[in-house]
Design a protein around this ligand. Sequence first.
Ligand SMILES: O=C(O)CCC(=O)C(=O)O
Length: 382
Amino acid sequence: MAVSCVTTSLEEEVKPRLDFGNIQTPLIFNPSILNLQPNIPNQFIWPDDEKPSIDVPELEVPLIDLKKFMSDPVSPSSSTLEASRLISEACTKHGFFLVVNHGINEALISDAHEYMGRFFDMPLSVKQRVLRKPGESCGYASSFTGRFSTKLPWKETLSFRFSDEKSLSKTVEDYFCDALGHGFEPFGKVYQEYCEAMSSLSLKIMELLGLSLGVNRDYFREFFEENDSIMRLNYYPPCQKPDLTLGTGPHCDPTSLTILHQDHVNGLQVFVENQWRSIRPNPKAFVVNIGDTFMALSNNRYKSCLHRAVVNCESERKSLAFFLCPRKDRVVKPPRELLDSITPRRYPDFTWSLFLEFTQKHYRADMNTLQAFSDWLTNKPI
Ligand SMILES: O=C(O)CCC(=O)C(=O)O
């Protein structure tokens, strides 16, 4: 990985420069060069009130065992009812829980991590073949140097689209081959399979969320059939000043449901009861969290919670994030069961495509994204 001095049209737009105080050069995030400096560029230094604390207490999140649920008949068993009770409790409070016995092949998870390492180890010129352009949600981002010029995250990402529509059955494989070349076919195959597995798992979790909200078990599952989701590979290199920067800044996911697999290195933190708390890595588990779009679907019953990722000076860290999103034209509105005279509609109807556009073109995701979007929709001239 490399920080070098390449000028692209993206940089011209925001004109970020490497700023060590006295010397300024155009900014590209290349840790192998940045790590040779005693300090980090100012753009990566976060304001004091957002600087990370490394030793934070652990968040207690329920461990949901999916084994029985996966083979549960239509009428739920007592273990499924217990799982749905635990999910309801966690999602009302902060929206985070872990799932184990999820049925995803360990070798597939390990391949997904392995290929992520291979991708980020490639020369910058190769990764830049799929450079993420302003206003787009997919592609390679070396930090967010092309989009923002302050509070930059200490990470590289590769994001791509997954569609569960039958006519688009090979979106991921095609993306790798078309954008990066035929040598990337094995990457495409691994991530196509991984995304298909994540999509199936998220539909099962949707059934549990439906049960836990007292809505028909199939309601949310059907809502997310033909989902148009986003997969993101997060690579956090070690940082010589981990107390000054963040790997991922504080934000709530605008998407519907996130299924995250972290490697063995600590980093994920969630803001609960006015305090940052960590979620300890568990290679056998996926971390699941509610996003803003599901918060709107549940009419605010379930929380989309602020979270971030910290970095450290010794080890690199990797995480795989699958962001479940509805088909772009689906209208997001809560089912009738979640409305009554004391709990009226909390957000207006919207489509995921409009919300996605809002987060890519008008607003940097933070803890108020959904409210800002809702205000924007309400006040937008027709
Ligand atoms: O890497 C992590 O633990 C969190 C990643 C995350 O929040 C994101 O990609 O939106």
